[in-house]
Design a protein around this ligand. Sequence first.
Ligand code: PMV
Length: 310
Amino acid sequence: MPALSASAPGKSILFGEHAVVYGFPAIAVPVKAIQVKATFQPNIGSQTSVICLMEKGKKNEFTLTDLKQDNLFKSVISQFQKGIQYPIPPFYLTITSTIPIAAGLGSSAAVSVAVIRGLSQFVGKKMNSDQVNEIAFQSEIIQHGTPSGIDNSVITYEKSVFFQKNKPMEFLDLHKELFLVLADSDERSLTKDVLDFVREAMKDNPKNYNRIFQEIGKISLDAKDALITGNYYSIGNLMIENHHCLKNMGVSSLKLDQLVQTAMDAGAFGAKLCGAGKGGFMVALCERSKQKYIAEQLRLFSSNVIETRL
Ligand code: PMV
């Protein structure tokens, strides 16, 4: 059997992170400039499956049975297994990724989606995107506790989404191309920890957090219109407003604030942290002609700057 591969992109949340967990709307876009690739081969002559993470040209191999239940690979493979009625033959899975881990760009959901798609080819079980999305969501629950489902959705369908829990997902038809620059704060945090932080802070100050979430919900609704009509100025202003809300929520950092300021000083329409926060990446919306310059300015403070367009 030849090797079978599947890929999945990263994502950026343009509006509404955290508030989306509490039922408010959010907007996310796929970032195809970064990808996870999962390649499956039969592990001939062995009874066990092996996962090989390729990092900077180095191989890191793990036996599937040795991994803990909450390990990302273990959880997504066991969720996949639940859906099929026969055992998965031993495989050798190679993972290569350009999506930074624990940085707000959806690496865990992208790994899940790529692994599910690769595994479905490997065992010959056809799955549509809705089925892939559902398994990826179950795996996200094991990883993050109370995810909204936005990450697995935008990554599975590879389309810009307007997302609200328990409502049909809307794909956004963007009126104009978006030129984005993403910059790494070079700080890391686990989504689960930041979600726990927000939940605890909310217990102490429910009024304040409810007000912030409502404000963010309104920003996402306005941003939907601005994205559909292609009003860059309005999208940019709303990004800045959203960043301030996230700052008030306590999930920004000095470095993220500095990167947002750098992007704005260099002429971005708007910028904000993206994803869970307390580190990770920020995203800036730029005019096409300024994208390179803004990226250059951000590189002065960030080890990883990604230029992309939608
Ligand atoms: O896991 P991250 O950092 O890509 O961000 C997830 C976005 C949150 O709104 C913080 C959580 C969620 O499940 O929606």
